[in-house]
Write a protein that binds this ligand. Structure first.
Ligand SMILES: Nc1ncnc2c1ncn2[C@@H]1O[C@H](COP(=O)(O)OP(=O)(O)O)[C@@H](O)[C@H]1O
Ligand SMILES: CC(C)(COP(=O)(O)O)[C@@H](O)C(=O)NCCC(=O)O
Length: 314
């Protein structure tokens, strides 16, 4: 993997694991058999030792940063002589298409909920802020899906601003991987969450539409990293899983239905072409250059196991 910049501390799994109970009382994140069973129920491929060794210390670190965030808000409000109106503590998760951002985000949401049972931990993806496929086609940029110009950045920034200001009933549009499109008129509604996770390939990118970055609203950012050959493998694995579910559902409106009519080798060749011509150039040109903007980098090796963690020192 790449060498970490000077402003990051680098941990291997063993050293990171030592940090586990530094800030969270040991009983607040006990990995009981029930917790592990719940995690396995949603993704049985997740490495169980990662849940203990990587996510345990990560939750401790988030707890530390969350407490600092609230102290900071109160002190700043005191300085201004205005009441503190804290919005959520926002965690941004970035990384390539198919590197495992949404899986990481869901696992983190679950573990934070276990560690903070009285807090509301919410999650969304920037995928819902993509322009609809029809609009991308009208604009002649369907083959640029996922690139910066394919998102409604103004809507995304306004969503982030409303959330951070503590507005109630803030809506984010939904995206379906089965349909490979945004779901017009369908939203997730957030009612003053305490911790908010937003994952997406563009969470650390600048916008050409406005000088404000999405990450200006973040209190912590995580970049999920891996070698590109592995990510391509995971992209194809996910494509095969989406094909299998299209076959199981038998819905002709499913985006993947057309691929199910092809021999598997042809369908996989088509997906490999999309990876090579769309998602890989997007990774190299627009996503990977944001890695060093993150506060924390989780580097994965084969089988999604995390082997190295970079943590920003300053
Ligand atoms: N920690 C993990 N363990 C096992 N499989 C994983 C893990 N993270 C992701 N995957 C698998 O890799 C593929 C891509 O993951 P996903 O979370 O959809 O990526 P992203 O949100 O970055 O596009 C999916 O098939 C998912 O099940
Ligand atoms: C919706 C996405 C831009 C984002 O991907 P994600 O991070 O959710 O995997 C991506 O899945 C995508 O559709 N890319 C365009 C090319 C393709 O069909 O893979």
């Amino acid at each position: 993997m790449a060498t970490a910049p000077l402003n990051f501390a680098v941990f291997n799994k063993k050293d990171w694991q030592q940090l586990a109970s530094k800030y969270v009382a040991p009983d607040s994140l006990q990995m009981t058999p029930q917790i592990l069973q719940n995690i396995k129920a949603y993704n049985d491929q997740i490495a169980v030792d990662d849940v203990f060794d990587i996510y345990g210390p990560l939750v401790s670190y988030i707890k530390l940063r969350y407490d600092q965030y609230h102290r900071d808000i109160n002190e700043r409000a005191g300085f201004l002589g205005r009441p503190a109106a804290p919005g959520p503590f926002i965690i941004g998760i970035a990384g390539s298409v198919a590197v495992g951002k949404s899986t990481t985000a869901r696992l983190l949401q679950y573990l934070l909920q276990v560690a903070f049972p009285k807090k509301q931990i919410a999650l969304t993806t920037t995928d819902g802020f993509l322009l609809a496929n029809e609009t991308l086609q009208e604009k002649g940029i369907f083959d640029r899906k996922g690139f910066p110009e394919s998102y409604n950045m103004t809507a995304l920034l306004s969503f982030m601003n409303d959330l951070k200001e503590g507005k109630s009933k803030v809506k984010s549009p939904k995206y379906s991987h089965d349909q490979s499109d945004v779901l017009i008129g369908e939203y997730d509604i957030f009612e003053n969450p305490d911790i908010f996770i937003i994952e997406g390939i563009n969470t650390l990118q600048a916008s050409s539409e406005t000088p404000v970055y999405i990450s200006d609203f973040f209190d912590l950012s995580i970049y999920v990293d891996a070698d590109t050959d592995l990510i391509e493998e995971w992209y194809i694995d996910r494509f095969k899983a989406l094909l299998a579910s299209a076959v199981a559902v038998g819905d002709d409106n499913n985006f993947f239905a057309a691929y199910t009519k092809l021999p598997t080798t042809e369908a996989v060749a088509a997906a490999t072409k999309v990876w090579q011509e769309v998602n890989l150039p997007n990774l190299n040109e627009y996503i990977l250059p944001t890695r060093e903007r993150a506060d924390l980098v989780l580097h994965k090796q084969a089988n999604h196991q995390i082997d190295t963690i970079w943590l920003r020192k300053f």
